[in-house]
Design a protein around this ligand. Sequence first.
Ligand code: SF4
Length: 289
Amino acid sequence: MELKEIKVKTVVNKHKKRDSWFLDDYSVNPYKLCDFHCVYCYIHGSKYGSRSSGYVEVKINAPEVLDKELRKLERKKNYGYIALSSATEPWMHAEERYNITRRCLEVIAKYRFPVHCLTKSSLIMRDADILEDINQNAILPEDLRNYDGVLITFSLSTLSNEVAKTFEVNAPSPKDRLDTVKHLLDDGFNVGIAYMPILPFISDSEGELEAMVKTAKELRISRLYFSPPTLYGKGKNKFLKVLERRYPDLVMKYREIYGNKHSPCRKYINEFYRKMKRISERYGITPIY
Ligand code: SF4
């Protein structure tokens, strides 16, 4: 996917309601679309994907716009976690060249906002110095005073490097991601793992879910999330095409559990919850799912 530089008028999205899983009141997306090309990416089916030009758009003035917007929020003392990012990968390959995310983090540090980094990328390590600054100095909302200034959550859909090559075409391997998680934990950051999305009939066996929980437990991860994929619009067609090519036997099964809906049917979800409950109890952890 090619890159296109664009200028934006706004970059901070204020949520109507705080996200109950990731605690963000705001989100900032330094890019539009993503060069990691995950097949299940919900953006393909969303308004961002359907209105896209087909390029990864680089918001080249995002740091300057962010500066203006955070200055206003800081004056009103409207502190809250900024999700970086909700609709793109902030440390995608293009970031190596553009440094937009790094410069946005510098602005976030300047205004002392807390940040929740949602990523699959080992490039986040490059910015550990700024994240450390934010962790030390961020001002948290009153009701989240006991939290850290920086939360980092890595997402994985599988522990298998082979499966990941099919569904997360250009992203760092699961092993690379878990190695980065270890480094960040060693550096003292609050790191979570989001096994999102868990791929029905591919990464949802009791054995693989247990291996995921065990991995997180061994790493002493404090936050753990699980969720199946949301598939709709163009994104659903794209996903089913890959499935036809790589897992033809599963196409009917997906059609059965998804039908014309975005999420798997209640029967599948209930079975998934039962598995998660059994495994969680075995390991004495409380994941969010
Ligand atoms: S890394 Fe995230 S934003 Fe990028 S393609 Fe994958 S799911 Fe989509």
